[in-house]
Design a protein around this ligand. Sequence first.
Ligand code: ARG
Length: 463
Amino acid sequence: MNDKSSNAMWGGRFAAGPDAIMEAINASIGFDKRLAAQDIQGSRAHAAMLAAQGILTDKDAEAIREGLLTVLSEIEAGTFEFSTALEDIHMNVEARLKELIGEPAGRLHTARSRNDQVALDFRMWVRDQCDAAMEGLRALMQALLAQAEAGADWVMPGFTHLQTAQPVTWGHHMMAYVEMFGRDLSRFRDARVRMNESPLGAAALAGTSFPIDRHMTAETLKFDRPSANSLDAVADRDFALEFLAASSICAMHLSRFAEELVIWSSAQFRFVALSDRFSTGSSIMPQKKNPDAAELIRAKIGRILGTMVALFTVMKGLPLTYSKDMQEDKEQVFDAADNLMLALAAMEGMVRDMTANRANLEAAASSGFSTATDLADWLVRELDLPFREAHHVTGALVALAETKGCDLPDLSLEEMQGVHEAITDGVYDVLGVHNSVASRVSYGGTAPDEVRKQVARWKELLG
Ligand code: ARG
């Protein structure tokens, strides 16, 4: 077992040990040590099942159980010595178990292979990350709901092409992101349901001749059921790809919101003030307060999407079942998960801390002829003009205001009637931004009462 000339786990067939470069390219312990808790949990469930099925004696199973708990506490305490020669977390744990309990350790791997072992460990790890992502999203959505509730009737410009389009409410804009992050949350929830099948017991690829109980291990490890095809169980990593796809879409949403915060916090916009806690200064320009957290969140999609492309590319041409290529799955997912959780937490903090500048939002909403559509709608409703003609009349009024250097409500009734003689002073009611947003009462529209309804609905959904 301690013979260094060949591998301790399969030395029987090998006369010589690996080249140093072989060891370096082959080993995954540098990163898969993050699967230690899952590995030990899986091994404990496996050993208990082997004993229940009479494949292991109770005495051996008990020794294995105790030994694995010791290994776990050593890893948690940071005293465990990971060895590159032992390749990966599975063999590191087993070798240490052997040191601790001797012969019974060698019986743990009965009716199991590292192929189903790694598929199990990794699946459990990704499953936990789905839960973490959902939790991060829920916290972020709560922060957005608080912003939306406070500013349900604050008016701001709504944009298309980043040009002022129509007035909307601050609450409505915040709630747009609640919808997006709500769908992200449901993507992680869906992926979690699909991945919740236990691969343990698929063994190397074909199943095993031992009378194992895969339903028992599946239940112990909180899976809905064992996977129904042993080849599929060890060969696929679609659960990891789904996690990366959901993460990429979520990171894309985070990036768009981050971009808006960068724009909104600029001196040219001044729609929001970000807190000092989520900003940095400049080493040379004393006036600067930079939205670094927002910028970094904006960038995270780059690496997260990169991990998804990387894993797709690794998996795309692999014949069934396991190939060592698949060892390249873990670092991608670890990196994506770490960065997604960080981005979610940073965004939540930033949203909680930020202060909207209500006066600036309203001033911006009132400029740029943002109520031109309201004017056109009024012409249709009150004067019975066809919409195309109303559009034309409104365009002429905007042009007039533009030459005069004023906004639409600043035009006199005489000036308006110069463009269309039937216009009455009732028109001024729709030219104010507050009236404009209050009138958008269609389901899902920007009217403050509609926004409040959506806030209430989401509060209930999030509990
Ligand atoms: N370290 C390996 C991985 O991450 C574990 C599975 C090894 N299986 C094998 N047949 N060599 O994929």
